[in-house]
Each structure stands twice: as C-alpha cells, then as structure tokens.
Design a protein around this ligand. Structure first.
Ligand code: X90
Length: 275
C-alpha cells in the first residue's frame, strides 16, 4: 500500500520527511508571462517583477495537473486552499472523481482547508503523522476533517492591493486597500478573509494576533509562521508567543509564490492549533 499527501502550492510546504509528498503549483501571471509556483521560483525575483508588472493575476491548478500528481499511489490525501477564494478545491475534486473512475482501487480524499498558507501546512503535518502511525485510510479521513476545523489562520498584511484587484475580498474590505499605511489584521473564517483590526505598528499587530489566539483557544500547541521577506517581524511574533506560551512549538517559513502574491511584501501569516 503506497500513500501520498499532495497540496497545492498555497501551503508553502516544499517537502515532508516521513510520507511521499508533492505540491501542485498555482500559476502567477505578470504582463502575460506565466510563473509556476514551484521550487524553481525565486521569491525575491517574483516580488521585484510584481513591483514592475502592470497586469497581474493568479490561476489554480488544472484538473490534469492534479491527476498527474495522483499517478502511481493507492491512497491519496489532497489538501487545497479555501474553496471560497480559489478553484483549486473544485479542480482537485473533479480530478479525483475522474481518476477513481479509471483506477477503481485507488482511494482519494480531497480536503478543503477553508484557509491558506500555514494552516494548510498544519493539516499536512498532521496527515503525515497519521499516515506514518499506520492508521487506516477511513479513520484518517474522519480525524483530519475534525483537525481541519482546529487549524486556525490569522494574518497581518501591509498591502491589500492584489487581494482587492482580483476580487478575493468583499468590496468594503477592498476599500481599505485604497487607504495608505493601513496594516490589516484578519482571520480566515468560514473560508473567507475577515478583518479584525487595523493597527499601526508591529507591537499592536502582535497584540491583536495574540488576543485572537487566546479567543480561539490556542493553549500551547503547534504554530507555523509564514512571512513574505519579513523575518524580523516573524521573529518578534514568535518571541511574543513563547513569552505567553513557553511550550509553544513554533516554526518559521517563507511564503512561496501564491501566498507571496497575495500577502505581499512584509506580510505575515500565522497558523495555530485552536479549538
Ligand atoms: O485560484 C487562484 O488563483 C488563487 C486565489 C487565492 C486567493 C487568496 C489567497 C490568500 C493568500 C493572503 C492572506 C490570507 C487570506 C486567507 C483567507 C482565507 C494569503
């Protein structure tokens, strides 16, 4: 029995130690040129090109791209960015249906993370532990659906332009993007971006994020911080979390292409285990 975990590139995860893993890239287009969000993409170059580009957009993976990633395995878990903001989930579900028609013995479960970035990464890491423990496929499905509801996301963005331009936020939130020097703190709620604060400065940003962690019942479990060329802020956030929750297990990663595009330079994304 061979098992594989797959996610779209919105997870920012590049590899796993214990279980076969692959990311299916989303695509970023800048003035007609397509960039696949895979390991060959340099984030620094992407940020520069986005700065110079006029017309930019993103696209979810095709059905064919998901099917290629399924090939050769018996049991597959695929995790996607929230279905409310991207076609990635729908693409993966259709790919899974078609693939299982052609390969009746193969089991594929597609998970809508209802989130993005580091909370997808938490789901992937939990899947890795469950698969490695030898738990049967159906039991993992039940457990991971419950865990997905506990994998929370908050974020602090210095620029909402790309989210607004591509219609990924409600018009009222998009209006904030036209204001200067607004740092928006938000959370993923029901798979959508929900603003919770507009602080000025990092100190207040961190305070809002910590309050949200407490409100959503973080008690010292796993945390993943993803940043877009802002390691300093990620380290400040990490130190503040450890200060209150000394047992917190915290990892810091960089955003890959898709999250870099939407979180934009300076952006922070925080995935944590709540209730
Ligand atoms: O299909 C596509 O082209 C991808 C569209 C993705 C749109 C949203 C990406 C958000 C990435 C920004 C902050 C977190 C917002 C999370 C809300 C659930 C990161």
């Amino acid at each position: 029995m061979t098992t594989k975990i797959i996610s779209d590139s919105a997870s920012n995860v590049l590899s796993l130690d214990k279980v076969a893993f692959e990311t299916v890239p989303l695509t970023i287009s800048i003035d007609g040129q397509d960039f696949k969000d895979d390991t060959s993409l340099s984030i620094e170059t992407l940020v520069d090109k986005l700065h110079q580009g006029e017309k930019t957009s993103t696209a979810c993976p095709s059905i064919a791209a998901w099917q290629e990633a399924f090939a050769g395995y018996d049991e597959i878990f695929a995790v996607t960015i929230t279905s409310k903001l991207s076609g990635s989930y729908s693409s993966a579900v259709q790919a899974a249906q078609l693939y299982m028609e052609d390969h009746p013995k193969v089991k594929i479960h597609v998970i809508d993370s209802k989130s993005a970035g580091p909370s997808i990464a938490l789901i992937i890491e939990h899947l890795e532990d469950l698969v490695a423990s030898g738990m049967p496929f159906e039991a993992i499905v039940t457990e991971i659906e419950a865990y997905t509801n506990k994998a929370k996301l908050s974020f602090a963005l210095e620029n909402l332009e790309n989210l607004a331009k591509n219609g990924r936020v409600k018009p009222a939130v998009a209006k904030l993007a036209t204001m200067l020097k607004i740092r928006l703190v938000g959370i993923a709620q029901d798979g959508e971006l929900t603003p919770i604060g507009k602080p000025r400065g990092l100190k207040k940003t961190v305070a809002i994020m910590l309050k949200d962690m407490e409100e959503r019942n973080y008690t010292g479990g796993k945390v993943i911080i993803a940043h877009t060329l802002n390691e300093t802020a990620a380290n400040v956030l990490k130190a503040s979390i450890i200060n209150i929750y000394p047992k917190a297990q915290i990892k810091i990663t960089q955003t890959r292409g898709l999250c870099t595009y939407y979180a934009q330079k300076g952006g922070l994304m925080l995935g944590f285990e709540g209730k």
